[in-house]
Write a protein that binds this ligand. Structure first.
Ligand SMILES: [Zn+2]
Length: 373
């Protein structure tokens, strides 16, 4: 059998976060191995099994080492060594990092640890919240946020990111709210709200602003959809809820990247099928689903055009997640494509082109990156 997705295929990880730059005790490690805030036996899951099976040998242990052995080894080696080892083994040349969460490594330090390139993706809500925290009049709010976004974009970010799914959900209107509505909502938030932006009017306005600036600067707008932590109302994160927003933006020139998507990967695949400006991935789900991740990749590819699919890990905090995502994605997609070749569904040459696009080519085109080596 011919295997087209070998370890030589270098990936672009188009959405991830930094790692925790310190040694973790067991509760600290386990808290980053689950998306919920209550930790219940994180090693008793497909992700836990994957850590023991695949990460343990990278740290010089036998496959399936116990959690105690694994964590002791991790502490003995130190977080820097572990991070270098696991990120180096992921086979990723370029990492696009959402920097909207504090306390993790920034792109410069991450690039030094991974010996690759790290570029920044700018989180819209974090910028709006920083403008509000800096003190601004309601009447100036919209202008000040747009000015700050343009300033940050000029520093060389490669994409924008919206977490509206976490706040008011993905049912965005086709049109942005009117100026006076934005002013009134900004007034209420700045007067009465806490630092977290929750206003549906302002969040809708911000998502539309992100799409407008994305079109103007040729920056894809990443949108969290599907699986996430327990702040999320998952039913409000179904990407199908974006249908009006996607219809409204399809001719604007912006690319919209639907991140994560699980358990709505088939819905996301449908959106990529009908909207030519949509990109999709199943990051985050891939490491968490362990050996089941191949099923999710196959369901995404039922309808998603091959040139709409990107690779991402959504690795956050633990380099184990960045590494496992790459490994499990290679296994899942590799096994699927090998079956297609064996069945005569696709030629080896076409399979190689499909894999190269999903591994890096589609992301390079969308984000204006040079191909990783
Ligand atoms: Zn993320």
């Amino acid at each position: 059998m011919v295997a087209v997705l070998t370890d030589d295929v270098v990936l672009v990880d188009h959405h991830c976060h930094g790692v925790v730059a310190e040694d973790l005790d067991r509760p600290g490690f386990e808290a980053l191995l689950v998306e919920g805030s209550v930790v219940r036996d994180p090693f008793g899951s497909l992700l836990g099994l994957a850590v023991r099976r695949w990460c343990a040998p990278r740290l010089g242990l036998a496959a399936h080492a116990s959690p105690e052995e694994y964590l002791a080894r991790r502490r003995a080696l130190g977080w820097r060594h572990v991070t270098r080892t696991l990120l180096g083994a992921a086979g990723v040349g370029t990492w696009l990092m959402d920097t909207g969460v504090g306390t993790l490594t920034e792109p410069e330090e991450f690039a030094e640890l991974c010996a690759g390139q790290a570029r920044e993706v700018l989180r819209l809500e974090a910028v709006a919240e920083s403008v509000a925290a800096g003190g601004v009049a309601a009447a100036e709010f919209a202008t000040a946020v747009e000015r700050e976004l343009r300033t940050r974009i000029a520093t060389g970010v490669v994409g924008l990111k919206s977490i509206v799914a976490y706040r008011s959900g993905l049912r965005l209107p086709a049109e942005p709210p009117a100026e006076d509505e934005v002013r009134a909502a900004a007034g209420a938030w700045l007067r009465w709200g806490d630092s977290r932006l929750e206003s549906p009017v302002l969040l809708s306005w911000l998502a539309h602003l992100g799409a407008r600036l994305g079109a103007e600067y040729s920056l894809p707008l990443q949108m969290h959809t599907g699986f996430g932590d327990d702040e999320l109302r998952l039913h409000q994160a179904d990407p199908l809820l974006l249908t009006d927003f996607l219809t409204a933006t399809r001719a604007s020139g912006v690319r919209i990247a639907l991140l994560h998507c699980w358990p709505y990967q088939r819905n996301a695949g449908y959106l990529a099928h009908v909207f030519p400006h949509v990109l999709v991935d199943v990051g985050l789900a891939v490491p968490y689903l362990g050996d089941r991740s191949g099923v999710v990749i196959a369901e995404l590819l039922e309808l998603a055009p091959f040139d709409s699919v990107c690779y991402s890990s959504d690795g956050y905090g633990l380099p184990e997640l960045h590494y496992l995502a790459a490994l499990l994605w290679r296994r899942g997609l590799g096994q699927l494509i090998d079956t297609w070749i064996a069945d005569g569904t696709v030629t080896v040459g076409d399979a190689e082109r499909i894999v190269a696009g999903i591994a890096s080519g589609n992301a390079c085109r969308a984000y204006g990156l040079t191909a990783p080596e």
